[in-house]
Design a protein around this ligand. Structure first.
Ligand code: DQA
Length: 148
């Protein structure tokens, strides 16, 4: 059974208590459990990782690329948090593991928020982006990977 990596970036460990009006009341653990359920329904396992460190996220993307090449990983669901708007390093890492598909997810509608959230370094190298559907976005991303 192939794996889907659910990768979460900075501050997403605070889900449930951080700005709940924007990000909801569900914890990261709840989100990861939801992802495991959705993936299982499509015949996949999940591996989950959250880090507040850009380099650790880059390392995880490289490892995902190797696993994709080895045929054990279907793709990556990635909420890069604030690094979305700043990180050329993450952009290059995702580009570097192509054709491994990376689906970009944002819980909030970043385009309805501050101007600095309107640009994403992830979008141009992502297989697609799901934005503004709350934590359901993770499930939509899993569905997109499973049915691609
Ligand atoms: C976010 C949106 C980002 O702008 C923000 O920095 C986050 C969360 C989202 O899921 O809506 O940390 O990626």
């Amino acid at each position: 059974m192939k794996t889907i990596l659910i990768l979460n970036g900075p501050n997403l460990n605070l889900l449930g208590t951080r700005e709940p009006d924007l990000y909801g009341h569900e914890s990261l653990k709840d989100v990861e459990a939801l992802c495991a359920e959705s993936a299982q329904a499509h015949g996949f396992n999940v591996q989950t990782l959250q880090s507040n460190h850009e380099g650790a996220l880059i390392d995880a993307i490289h490892q995902a690329g190797a696993a994709h090449k080895a045929g054990t990983l279907l793709g990556v669901v990635f909420n890069a948090g604030a690094y979305t708007h700043t990180s050329i390093g993450l952009h290059d890492a995702i580009k570097g593991i192509q054709p491994c598909p990376v689906v970009e997810v944002h819980i909030s509608n970043v385009f309805a928020r501050e101007g600095f959230r309107h640009h994403s370094y992830i979008s141009p190298v992502a297989a697609g982006s799901i934005v503004g559907f709350g934590i359901q976005g993770y499930q939509l991303a899993i569905q997109a990977l499973a049915q691609a």
